[in-house]
Design a protein around this ligand. Sequence first.
Ligand code: NAD
Length: 246
Amino acid sequence: RSLNGRTAIVTGAGSGIGRAIAIRLAEDTAKVAIWDINAAGAEETARMIRDAGGTAIAIDADCSDKAAIKAAADRTRAELGPVAILVNNAGIAPFTPFLDIDDDLFDKVIRINLRGPYLMTKEVLPDMLAAGWGRVINITSSSVQSGSFAQGHYVSSKGGLMGMTKALGLEYAASGVTFNMVPPGFIDTPMLRAAPIDADAFAQTLPMKRIGQPEDIAAACAYLASEEASYITGQTISTNGGRYMG
Ligand code: NAD
């Protein structure tokens, strides 16, 4: 389980799934930079990690903004060292019937959920290539398999991120840097509770009869970040309680 004190960035780690991933990577000895536009949430995650004896810093950063990413990456390197692990988790998930999606909203969802991970990866991949070791883990969505009502923008963005994961997994396969993805099913977070879905009723339709916990996603990420996953790239760990198989 040891991540050997490597430096990790988890975006959107001021809440929900990102917070659980940050805590888990810190338990596994990573030094974790918690990036979020929710500065209070990021501080809270960092405090939770430090209280448990881990190493974490909180950075108020918009992970879709190139200049903000550069500044936050410089601070991360200065305080924690070169970046070895990147988890692109930050995202937004509005519900909008397709004909009501205005062009600006479509662009916003793509900017945060797809262009953000693209910019993040470009910023930190040189650190990983220089070290000959790296892990990029993209949080996609099971909705790429199932579709999702009134989420044409969101599912498009996550499908794009899935494609980017495979393309880069192939391009960098021989470099020591792996690219994998974790598509959550229904996970109990503020995002899910804000959705127009009765999560508890929906849980009864799932093979495991429960919605997932953020820690379920964190466990898959911890494995992909570890030494043990070194022969795995361009792959998917579907963490959805058995909703889709294969
Ligand atoms: P959440 O809303 O609880 O947390 C998302 C975090 O991302 C928030 O803290 C938010 O402030 C941050 N964020 C949003 N835009 C940002 C930006 N531009 N820069 C920096 N931070 C930003 O949601 P969650 O449920 O924890 O979702 C985490 C990821 O998991 C998302 O990518 C989401 O699409 C994906 N996901 C979640 C579920 C689920 O059931 N909860 C299912 C499938 C996929």
